[in-house]
Design a protein around this ligand. Structure first.
Ligand code: GLU
Length: 445
């Protein structure tokens, strides 16, 4: 068994969205699980629509998701390989020139349909003689090139859909090379999958019909073909799919909205499978749990609103080590940083909320004083530092004894004074982080 290699092959013609992330992550996680390699391959042979800026944004988005590629390729730099493959197919008599214009093809298709025949290319070009071709060339007509499909049933064991087959007699011979010599998607994709030693092609089910064709081309070029897995596509509640063009649910817009990368990953990977969508603490954890065979054949319906709650639930379970760098970038570092994280993580909806609690423990905030006398009395009872998580209960016990306040009347004014807010993390954890000097000041002492 060759060592596993998978690829994510976006065309850099837009920003990637949640549905593209699903494909990318299923590939990345398969590589992680099988200890294989994950290749990012830009399908950028469509020079008119591909841009370097989109390629860069895709790299950034993958990095943010944690799906870091082991290698990056651009098809636009590999044209010589495709030329050589096309020549090999021509030499084998499997790639033939055809001269029909789009208008001619449309007319023939209509005729076939009116006679109740399937609209399949009739292979008229195969009947052309050398003299016919010479005449067409003399008229200035350049050919496009079609792959001559074997009219047989192609079968493969799809890692998601199971036993699959397509009767290639029901397909038109696909055009691989345009009149101007440029390549359509099909041939470069096969050539690269072979050249890069791709073992598993994991992609959306919109490519199922391509697979039969690609398996035939693969066999013609190399006598082998990779394994295939076609996952269902994400659709919203109305059943509509996602489009790169609209920018809806683009990874960058989710990132800007404060959605956690791991929440995106959990939703993108687990939706539409027999596994329930749940937050995960790392991609490694997700790699252990997901299974291509658990993916359903029905559409993967999802609710974007779930990203919000998944983000919060993800943050609540992350350990300090997983966020230390991001905390440092927000000015939370040093010996108390871990205790801070443990105190506040359960109250975060997005990571940006860290700033609120950082201000509470590090900055001058405006306390809310409901009862100034009570707060001053409480301040007078503060024990000397050092403080720890037991300080709060010892202190409030003595405030209760001295003032007679209890329950909400005891705790609510203290929370308002110390944090300026009605709700928040456990005060037992916050108190030592705020420290005696700030606590006294906020209590008005
Ligand atoms: N560029 C193609 C796409 O984004 C790649 C399909 C494939 O994985 O082969 O749909």
């Amino acid at each position: 068994m060759p060592s596993p290699v998978v690829r994510f092959a976006p065309s850099p013609t837009g920003r990637i969205h949640l549905g593209n992330a699903r494909t990318a992550l299923l590939n990345y996680l398969t590589a992680a699980r099988l200890h294989g390699r994950f290749v990012l391959r830009f399908d950028d042979t469509d020079l008119a629509r591909s841009t370097e800026a989109f390629a860069q944004s895709i790299e950034e988005d993958l990095l943010w998701l944690g799906a870091v590629p082991d290698a990056i390729y651009r098809q636009s730099q590999r044209l010589a390989l495709y030329e050589a493959a096309a020549q090999k197919l021509k030499d084998a008599g499997l790639l033939y020139p055809a001269y029909e214009t789009q208008g001619e093809l449309d007319r023939r298709r209509k005729l076939q349909q009116s006679r109740g025949l399937p609209p399949i290319y009739d292979r008229a070009a195969l009947k052309l003689t050398d003299a016919d071709r010479a005449k067409l060339a003399a008229e200035g007509r350049a050919p496009h090139w079609r792959f001559k499909l074997a009219h047989e049933v192609v079968r493969w064991d799809d890692l998601v859909r199971g036993e699959s087959h397509i009767d290639c007699a029901s397909l038109s011979d696909p055009v691989l090379v345009r009149e101007d010599g440029s390549f359509l998607y099909t041939l470069p994709s096969v050539v690269d999958d072979l050249d890069m030693g791709i073992t598993h092609v994991i992609r959306g089910e919109d490519h199922v019909t391509n697979t039969a064709v690609q398996i035939q081309i693969s066999h013609a070029l190399a006598g082998r073909a990779p394994l295939y897995a076609h996952h269902n596509l994400l659709v919203d509640a109305t059943g509509a799919g996602l489009s790169k063009r609209t920018g809806a649910l683009s990874i960058s817009s989710l990132r800007e909205a404060g959605v956690e990368a791991l929440a995106v990953a959990a939703l993108a990977v687990l939706t539409g499978s027999s596994d329930e969508v749940h937050p995960v603490a790392s991609l490694g954890e997700l790699a252990e749990q997901f299974d291509l065979a658990h993916i359903s054949r029905n559409a993967a319906k999802f609710d974007p609103a779930e990203l919000r709650s998944l983000t919060a639930r993800t943050l609540h379970m992350l350990e300090y080590d997983a966020v230390a760098d991001r905390l440092a970038a927000m000015g939370v570092a040093g010996p108390q940083a871990e205790a801070f994280w443990r105190a506040v993580r359960g109250n975060l909806e997005t990571f940006a909320d860290v700033a609120v609690w950082r201000a509470v423990v590090q900055d001058d905030i405006a306390p809310v004083i409901e009862d100034a006398a009570f707060c001053r009395a409480a301040a007078a009872l503060l024990p000397p530092e050092p403080w720890d998580e037991t300080t709060w209960s010892a202190w409030t016990q003595s405030v209760k004894t001295q003032t007679g306040a209890k329950g909400r009347a005891l705790f609510h004014p203290l929370r308002l004074a110390l944090t300026g807010r009605e709700t928040g993390p456990e005060l037992a954890k916050l108190l030592p982080l705020i420290g005696a000097a700030r606590v006294r000041k906020r209590l008005g002492a």
